[in-house]
Design a protein around this ligand. Structure first.
Ligand code: NAD
Length: 261
Protein backbone atom coordinates (compact mmCIF):
# COMPACT_ATOMS: atom_id res chain seq x y z
CA UNK A 1 0.00 0.00 0.00
CA UNK A 2 1.44 3.40 -0.96
CA UNK A 3 1.70 6.16 1.62
CA UNK A 4 -0.70 8.36 -0.34
CA UNK A 5 -3.58 5.93 -0.06
CA UNK A 6 -3.37 5.65 3.70
CA UNK A 7 -6.17 6.92 5.91
CA UNK A 8 -6.09 8.43 9.40
CA UNK A 9 -8.86 9.26 11.85
CA UNK A 10 -8.17 11.87 14.53
CA UNK A 11 -10.70 12.31 17.32
CA UNK A 12 -11.42 15.88 18.47
CA UNK A 13 -9.74 17.41 15.45
CA UNK A 14 -11.51 20.70 14.69
CA UNK A 15 -9.25 22.71 16.97
CA UNK A 16 -5.81 22.95 18.55
CA UNK A 17 -3.59 19.86 18.51
CA UNK A 18 -6.05 17.59 16.68
CA UNK A 19 -6.46 20.08 13.84
CA UNK A 20 -2.68 20.51 13.56
CA UNK A 21 -2.32 16.72 13.34
CA UNK A 22 -5.05 16.58 10.67
CA UNK A 23 -3.24 19.23 8.61
CA UNK A 24 0.13 17.52 9.05
CA UNK A 25 -1.24 14.23 7.68
CA UNK A 26 -3.03 16.13 4.92
CA UNK A 27 0.25 17.77 3.91
CA UNK A 28 1.73 14.26 3.54
CA UNK A 29 -1.07 13.29 1.16
CA UNK A 30 -3.04 11.12 3.59
CA UNK A 31 -6.81 10.81 3.53
CA UNK A 32 -8.01 12.42 6.74
CA UNK A 33 -11.00 11.75 9.00
CA UNK A 34 -11.92 14.68 11.23
CA UNK A 35 -14.17 14.40 14.29
CA UNK A 36 -15.97 16.71 16.67
CA UNK A 37 -19.43 17.07 18.17
CA UNK A 38 -20.38 20.10 16.07
CA UNK A 39 -22.67 19.71 13.04
CA UNK A 40 -20.81 19.39 9.73
CA UNK A 41 -22.04 22.80 8.51
CA UNK A 42 -20.30 24.50 11.45
CA UNK A 43 -16.90 23.02 10.60
CA UNK A 44 -16.90 23.42 6.82
CA UNK A 45 -14.08 26.00 6.81
CA UNK A 46 -12.00 23.73 9.04
CA UNK A 47 -12.45 20.77 6.70
CA UNK A 48 -11.49 23.04 3.78
CA UNK A 49 -8.31 24.03 5.65
CA UNK A 50 -7.35 20.35 6.00
CA UNK A 51 -7.99 19.83 2.27
CA UNK A 52 -5.97 22.98 1.50
CA UNK A 53 -3.09 21.51 3.50
CA UNK A 54 -3.00 18.75 0.88
CA UNK A 55 -5.36 15.96 1.96
CA UNK A 56 -6.82 14.31 -1.17
CA UNK A 57 -9.92 13.29 0.80
CA UNK A 58 -11.35 14.78 4.01
CA UNK A 59 -14.32 13.20 5.74
CA UNK A 60 -16.14 14.44 8.79
CA UNK A 61 -17.42 12.14 11.53
CA UNK A 62 -19.78 14.00 13.81
CA UNK A 63 -19.98 12.42 17.25
CA UNK A 64 -20.01 13.57 20.86
CA UNK A 65 -17.44 11.32 22.50
CA UNK A 66 -19.05 12.07 25.85
CA UNK A 67 -20.69 8.76 24.91
CA UNK A 68 -17.68 6.43 24.70
CA UNK A 69 -19.39 3.99 22.34
CA UNK A 70 -19.54 6.84 19.79
CA UNK A 71 -15.78 6.50 19.30
CA UNK A 72 -16.17 2.88 18.19
CA UNK A 73 -19.01 3.97 15.90
CA UNK A 74 -16.92 6.62 14.13
CA UNK A 75 -14.04 4.18 13.70
CA UNK A 76 -16.45 1.76 12.03
CA UNK A 77 -17.84 4.56 9.85
CA UNK A 78 -14.33 5.63 8.87
CA UNK A 79 -13.39 2.06 7.95
CA UNK A 80 -16.56 1.79 5.84
CA UNK A 81 -15.95 5.11 4.07
CA UNK A 82 -12.17 4.91 3.57
CA UNK A 83 -12.13 1.16 3.01
CA UNK A 84 -9.61 0.74 5.85
CA UNK A 85 -8.10 2.79 8.64
CA UNK A 86 -4.31 2.74 8.92
CA UNK A 87 -3.89 5.20 11.76
CA UNK A 88 -6.02 6.13 14.75
CA UNK A 89 -5.15 9.20 16.81
CA UNK A 90 -7.04 9.37 20.11
CA UNK A 91 -6.79 13.09 20.71
CA UNK A 92 -10.16 14.31 22.04
CA UNK A 93 -9.85 15.62 25.56
CA UNK A 94 -11.30 18.18 27.92
CA UNK A 95 -10.05 19.85 31.07
CA UNK A 96 -11.50 21.01 34.40
CA UNK A 97 -9.60 22.73 37.19
CA UNK A 98 -11.01 22.37 40.73
CA UNK A 99 -9.91 21.09 44.16
CA UNK A 100 -10.48 17.35 44.49
CA UNK A 101 -13.13 17.63 47.22
CA UNK A 102 -15.17 20.05 45.08
CA UNK A 103 -14.51 18.28 41.80
CA UNK A 104 -17.93 17.70 40.19
CA UNK A 105 -18.56 13.97 39.63
CA UNK A 106 -20.05 14.74 36.21
CA UNK A 107 -16.80 16.46 35.16
CA UNK A 108 -14.77 13.50 36.46
CA UNK A 109 -16.95 11.15 34.41
CA UNK A 110 -16.89 13.33 31.30
CA UNK A 111 -13.09 13.74 31.30
CA UNK A 112 -12.57 10.00 31.84
CA UNK A 113 -15.17 9.01 29.25
CA UNK A 114 -13.84 11.25 26.48
CA UNK A 115 -10.11 10.61 26.96
CA UNK A 116 -9.89 7.09 28.33
CA UNK A 117 -13.07 5.09 27.69
CA UNK A 118 -13.34 6.60 24.20
CA UNK A 119 -9.75 5.64 23.37
CA UNK A 120 -10.33 2.09 24.66
CA UNK A 121 -13.43 1.63 22.54
CA UNK A 122 -11.85 3.16 19.43
CA UNK A 123 -8.80 0.89 19.79
CA UNK A 124 -11.02 -2.19 20.07
CA UNK A 125 -12.81 -1.17 16.88
CA UNK A 126 -9.69 -0.36 14.83
CA UNK A 127 -7.45 -3.30 15.75
CA UNK A 128 -9.11 -6.16 13.83
CA UNK A 129 -8.46 -4.46 10.45
CA UNK A 130 -4.91 -3.51 11.42
CA UNK A 131 -4.21 -7.08 12.51
CA UNK A 132 -5.55 -8.39 9.24
CA UNK A 133 -3.28 -6.05 7.25
CA UNK A 134 -0.35 -6.48 9.68
CA UNK A 135 0.16 -2.72 9.70
CA UNK A 136 -1.20 0.00 11.90
CA UNK A 137 -0.38 2.96 14.09
CA UNK A 138 -2.26 4.08 17.18
CA UNK A 139 -1.29 7.35 18.82
CA UNK A 140 -2.81 8.44 22.10
CA UNK A 141 -2.47 12.10 22.96
CA UNK A 142 -1.80 11.94 26.69
CA UNK A 143 0.02 14.85 28.37
CA UNK A 144 2.91 15.70 30.63
CA UNK A 145 0.14 15.21 33.20
CA UNK A 146 0.20 11.52 32.23
CA UNK A 147 3.73 11.46 33.68
CA UNK A 148 3.56 14.08 36.44
CA UNK A 149 0.92 15.29 38.90
CA UNK A 150 -0.57 18.78 39.20
CA UNK A 151 -2.92 20.30 41.78
CA UNK A 152 -6.62 20.86 40.96
CA UNK A 153 -6.51 18.51 37.96
CA UNK A 154 -7.34 15.16 39.59
CA UNK A 155 -9.52 13.83 36.76
CA UNK A 156 -7.20 14.98 34.00
CA UNK A 157 -4.04 13.66 35.69
CA UNK A 158 -5.66 10.32 36.59
CA UNK A 159 -7.10 9.90 33.10
CA UNK A 160 -3.87 10.75 31.29
CA UNK A 161 -1.87 8.38 33.53
CA UNK A 162 -4.40 5.67 32.70
CA UNK A 163 -4.13 6.47 28.99
CA UNK A 164 -0.37 5.91 29.25
CA UNK A 165 -1.08 2.54 30.90
CA UNK A 166 -3.53 1.61 28.16
CA UNK A 167 -0.90 2.56 25.56
CA UNK A 168 1.69 0.24 27.12
CA UNK A 169 -0.71 -2.70 27.54
CA UNK A 170 -2.04 -2.59 23.98
CA UNK A 171 1.44 -2.04 22.50
CA UNK A 172 2.58 -5.29 24.10
CA UNK A 173 -0.47 -7.19 22.83
CA UNK A 174 0.17 -6.24 19.20
CA UNK A 175 3.96 -5.84 19.15
CA UNK A 176 4.57 -8.70 16.70
CA UNK A 177 1.83 -7.66 14.29
CA UNK A 178 3.30 -4.58 12.60
CA UNK A 179 1.20 -2.29 14.79
CA UNK A 180 2.70 0.34 17.07
CA UNK A 181 0.94 2.10 19.93
CA UNK A 182 2.46 5.22 21.47
CA UNK A 183 1.54 8.13 23.69
CA UNK A 184 2.58 11.70 22.96
CA UNK A 185 2.83 13.72 26.17
CA UNK A 186 2.78 17.45 25.45
CA UNK A 187 3.54 20.11 28.02
CA UNK A 188 1.54 23.32 27.70
CA UNK A 189 0.51 23.90 24.10
CA UNK A 190 -1.21 27.19 23.28
CA UNK A 191 -4.68 26.06 22.18
CA UNK A 192 -8.31 26.99 23.01
CA UNK A 193 -8.22 24.31 25.78
CA UNK A 194 -5.45 26.22 27.57
CA UNK A 195 -7.11 29.58 26.92
CA UNK A 196 -10.31 28.26 28.52
CA UNK A 197 -8.55 26.99 31.66
CA UNK A 198 -6.82 30.33 32.29
CA UNK A 199 -9.79 31.73 34.21
CA UNK A 200 -10.21 28.61 36.38
CA UNK A 201 -6.49 28.67 37.16
CA UNK A 202 -6.68 32.39 38.02
CA UNK A 203 -9.55 31.67 40.43
CA UNK A 204 -8.02 28.57 42.06
CA UNK A 205 -4.57 30.09 42.53
CA UNK A 206 -5.70 33.68 43.17
CA UNK A 207 -3.45 34.97 40.39
CA UNK A 208 -3.77 37.30 37.39
CA UNK A 209 -3.67 36.12 33.76
CA UNK A 210 0.00 36.88 33.12
CA UNK A 211 0.98 35.40 36.51
CA UNK A 212 -0.85 32.13 35.69
CA UNK A 213 0.93 31.95 32.34
CA UNK A 214 4.31 32.67 33.91
CA UNK A 215 4.15 30.81 37.24
CA UNK A 216 1.73 27.92 36.59
CA UNK A 217 2.07 27.16 32.90
CA UNK A 218 5.56 28.14 31.80
CA UNK A 219 7.51 27.86 35.08
CA UNK A 220 7.67 24.03 34.93
CA UNK A 221 8.49 24.16 31.19
CA UNK A 222 12.23 25.03 31.09
CA UNK A 223 12.07 26.40 27.52
CA UNK A 224 9.64 29.02 28.94
CA UNK A 225 7.51 28.99 25.82
CA UNK A 226 4.35 27.22 24.76
CA UNK A 227 4.71 24.20 22.51
CA UNK A 228 3.15 24.87 19.09
CA UNK A 229 0.41 22.45 17.89
CA UNK A 230 2.38 21.94 14.65
CA UNK A 231 5.22 20.36 16.65
CA UNK A 232 2.82 17.62 17.77
CA UNK A 233 1.52 17.21 14.20
CA UNK A 234 5.03 16.63 12.85
CA UNK A 235 5.80 14.04 15.53
CA UNK A 236 2.55 12.18 14.86
CA UNK A 237 3.43 11.94 11.17
CA UNK A 238 6.91 10.68 12.01
CA UNK A 239 5.50 7.95 14.27
CA UNK A 240 3.41 6.74 11.34
CA UNK A 241 6.33 6.23 8.99
CA UNK A 242 7.89 2.83 8.43
CA UNK A 243 11.14 4.09 10.00
CA UNK A 244 9.28 4.44 13.32
CA UNK A 245 8.25 0.78 13.37
CA UNK A 246 10.44 0.01 16.39
CA UNK A 247 9.01 2.83 18.47
CA UNK A 248 6.16 1.29 20.43
CA UNK A 249 4.70 1.28 23.93
CA UNK A 250 6.50 4.48 24.73
CA UNK A 251 5.68 7.94 25.96
CA UNK A 252 7.23 10.80 24.03
CA UNK A 253 7.29 14.00 26.02
CA UNK A 254 7.09 17.23 24.03
CA UNK A 255 7.31 19.35 27.12
CA UNK A 256 10.17 21.83 26.76
CA UNK A 257 12.23 19.84 29.28
CA UNK A 258 9.53 19.59 32.03
CA UNK A 259 10.13 15.88 32.74
CA UNK A 260 13.93 16.24 32.62
CA UNK A 261 13.73 17.63 36.15
P1 NAD B 1 -8.89 21.98 22.07
O1 NAD B 1 -9.92 22.35 23.06
O2 NAD B 1 -8.22 23.06 21.28
O3 NAD B 1 -9.45 20.91 21.05
C1 NAD B 1 -10.18 19.82 21.49
C2 NAD B 1 -10.88 19.18 20.33
O4 NAD B 1 -11.67 18.09 20.83
C3 NAD B 1 -11.85 20.11 19.59
O5 NAD B 1 -11.84 19.79 18.23
C4 NAD B 1 -13.20 19.76 20.22
O6 NAD B 1 -14.27 20.04 19.34
C5 NAD B 1 -13.02 18.28 20.43
N1 NAD B 1 -13.88 17.75 21.47
C6 NAD B 1 -14.01 18.19 22.73
N2 NAD B 1 -14.97 17.49 23.37
C7 NAD B 1 -15.42 16.57 22.48
C8 NAD B 1 -16.41 15.58 22.54
N3 NAD B 1 -17.15 15.39 23.62
N4 NAD B 1 -16.64 14.83 21.43
C9 NAD B 1 -15.91 15.03 20.30
N5 NAD B 1 -14.97 15.97 20.20
C10 NAD B 1 -14.73 16.74 21.27
O7 NAD B 1 -7.81 21.14 22.91
P2 NAD B 1 -6.27 20.80 22.66
O8 NAD B 1 -5.48 21.64 23.59
O9 NAD B 1 -5.95 20.78 21.22
O10 NAD B 1 -6.23 19.33 23.26
C11 NAD B 1 -6.24 18.17 22.46
C12 NAD B 1 -5.68 17.01 23.27
O11 NAD B 1 -4.35 17.32 23.67
C13 NAD B 1 -6.46 16.72 24.55
O12 NAD B 1 -6.52 15.33 24.76
C14 NAD B 1 -5.60 17.38 25.61
O13 NAD B 1 -5.76 16.78 26.86
C15 NAD B 1 -4.22 17.13 25.05
N6 NAD B 1 -3.21 18.02 25.59
C16 NAD B 1 -3.31 19.37 25.45
C17 NAD B 1 -2.33 20.18 25.99
C18 NAD B 1 -2.35 21.66 25.88
O14 NAD B 1 -1.57 22.33 26.57
N7 NAD B 1 -3.19 22.24 25.03
C19 NAD B 1 -1.25 19.60 26.68
C20 NAD B 1 -1.18 18.23 26.80
C21 NAD B 1 -2.18 17.45 26.26
Amino acid sequence: MGETTRAVLITGSTSGIGLAIAKAFGAMGWRVGVNSYEPAAAVESILNAVADAGAPEVRYFEADLGDASASARIVEEAIAQFGALDVLVNNAGVQKVAPVEDFPIEDWNRIRTISLDGAFQAIRAVLPGMKQRQWGRIINIAAVHGLRGAPYKSAYVATKHALVGLTRAVALEVAELGITVNAICPGYVWTPLVERQLEEQMRQHGLGREEVIRTIMLAPQPTRRFVQPEEIGALAVYLCGDMARSITGTTIAVDGGWTAK
